[in-house]
Design a protein around this ligand. Structure first.
Ligand code: 0X9
Ligand code: ZN
Length: 442
């Protein structure tokens, strides 16, 4: 009997070992695959194409392998990164183009090394207990952003907590930090900031982290404006609301935008979460019904897992305390965007007040590093966007202000989505000045 048990247990151990070995091989294979699958943008050339017929131009480019880097257009132009092997075919089209970036790979290389965030407790600032500012010297992987947020929170334990609003499709947390003032949590109207819904917009993540850091630092030193602001509003800051896409930009494709959802109808992956909000979702012209396009809206309103998480979180705050101010942080092109996205005819009720506030923010931003941000309603200022965050949070969640920002740089010529990490602190400083100006005028 004992022998039988022993032999069963020995067999189990053997099986376990075999499984471990198999798993290791699988992991190795996956690892190799991940390495092998990483897209290189070396030699990709970025072109700016002016056009009076956006769709016809897209059709002309149908045989060319390119990545769409559109960001600033009224659909009067396209920004395309053309693969090196297709450059000849592209040039043969004889289009009237301008070169924005000679080599996309070189721009990505300028983003520098992704430094690990090992420091944690050891790298605290001795006075404030906050993480060391060296965090902002480089870009970081998703897991490190989770750790950084934890470290921020532990420097402000009595006035903050981390929250997971829910999980992404691949099971990663949509994590945020909730900050409150004198009267405790969940009483005052909400200020909600989302960043990195578009995975490749890397500057947005550390920029909002920088501002979270400033709020904590300023409240702790009793800086008057931030003390008053945090005593009157609760902040819910979520630096990465598209974690699967973000991980994909690190591991596979630096220029990935959407989430990582597969669809039965197509072999193309990914839904643009910022076209999936369940409000004015099917207004034609503001999104794509084609799963292969960067602005694919999904099969039905709100059918991404990330959206279920965000609407749930946003609506629960709308019902409990109300929402004072929402921002969806994007990059690039230096814009302050107001509702509406879905229509150029719809106008917010307090248009003049909002424009006045936006002008103040624009001026405050300019006063820091001299950068110009243009402000105005989204549809007119950038292009039509249906199923976008700001329209939902304004109309459905009844936020008093519901904006989007496009952070630095202004143009693709300056790197577009890929800008050196030396931009992180200046970006944080300028929009923080913008936010302070707004808080003073709320
Ligand atoms: O197209 C977008 O979603 C945003 N521009 S980006 O180049 N970063 O992709 C504009 C978003 C503005 N609209 C809303 N947030 N609704
Ligand atoms: Zn974006």
């Amino acid at each position: 009997m004992l022998t039988a048990l022993r032999s069963i247990s020995a067999t189990r151990t053997k099986i376990k070992n075999i499984i471990i070995i198999m798993k290791s091989f699988a992991a190795l294979a996956l690892g190799l695959q991940a390495v092998a699958a990483k897209v290189s943008y070396d030699g990709y050339k970025v072109f700016h194409i002016e056009t009076s017929d956006f769709e016809a131009m897209q059709a002309k480019l149908s045989d060319i392998e390119y990545v769409s880097l559109d960001c600033e257009s009224n659909h009067k132009s396209l920004e395309v990164a053309v693969a090196p092997q297709d450059l000849e075919a592209f040039e043969a089209l004889g289009l009237d183009v301008e070169v924005s970036i000679e080599d996309m790979g070189a721009e990505i290389a300028k983003e520098g090394d992704i430094k690990p965030y090992k420091a944690r407790k050891k790298a605290r600032d001795v006075c404030t207990g906050l993480p060391d500012m060296s965090w902002f010297d480089s870009y970081h992987v998703f897991e490190d952003h989770l750790d950084f947020l934890e470290d921020l929170q532990s420097a402000f334990v009595r006035n903050s907590e981390l929250f997971d609003a829910g999980l992404s499709l691949e099971g990663r947390p949509l994590r945020g930090i909730h900050l409150w003032g004198r009267d405790g949590p969940g009483i005052k109207p909400a200020i909600i900031w989302h960043a990195t819904v578009h995975a490749r917009e890397w500057i947005t993540t550390p920029t909002v982290e920088y501002m979270a850091y400033q709020i904590i630092r300023d409240y702790r030193i009793k800086e008057p404006l931030i003390t008053e602001t945090l005593d009157n509003y609760d902040f819910y800051i979520m630096p990465v609301i598209n974690p699967d896409g973000f991980v994909h930009t690190h591991e596979n494709d630096r220029l990935w935008r959407k989430n990582r959802q597969a669809r039965e109808s197509s072999s193309c992956i990914g839904t643009d979460i910022n076209r999936n909000w369940p409000h004015q979702w099917d207004v034609p012209g503001g999104s794509s019904t084609n799963p292969c396009v960067e602005t694919y809206r999904g099969e039905s309103p709100g059918d991404t897992p990330e959206m279920a998480v965000m609407t749930n979180h946003t609506l629960s705050l709308a019902e409990s305390t109300g929402i004072k101010f929402y921002v969806d942080w994007h990059s690039y092109s230096q814009l302050i965007l107001l509702p509406y996205g879905y229509s150029c005819d719809a106008m917010v009720k307090d248009f003049d007040t909002q424009m006045e506030l936006a002008r103040g923010v624009r001026d405050a931003i300019r006063s820091v590093n001299g950068l110009d941000f243009v402000y105005g309603p989204t549809c007119e200022t950038i292009y039509q966007t249906s199923g976008g965050s700001m329209d939902y949070v304004y109309d459905v969640a009844n936020a008093e202000l519901s904006w989007a920002f496009e952070l630095r740089p202004q143009s693709p010529r300056q790197g577009g989505f890929a800008i050196p990490p030396e931009n992180i602190i200046p970006s944080g400083e300028e929009v923080w000045a913008g936010m302070r100006n707004l808080f003073a005028n709320f």
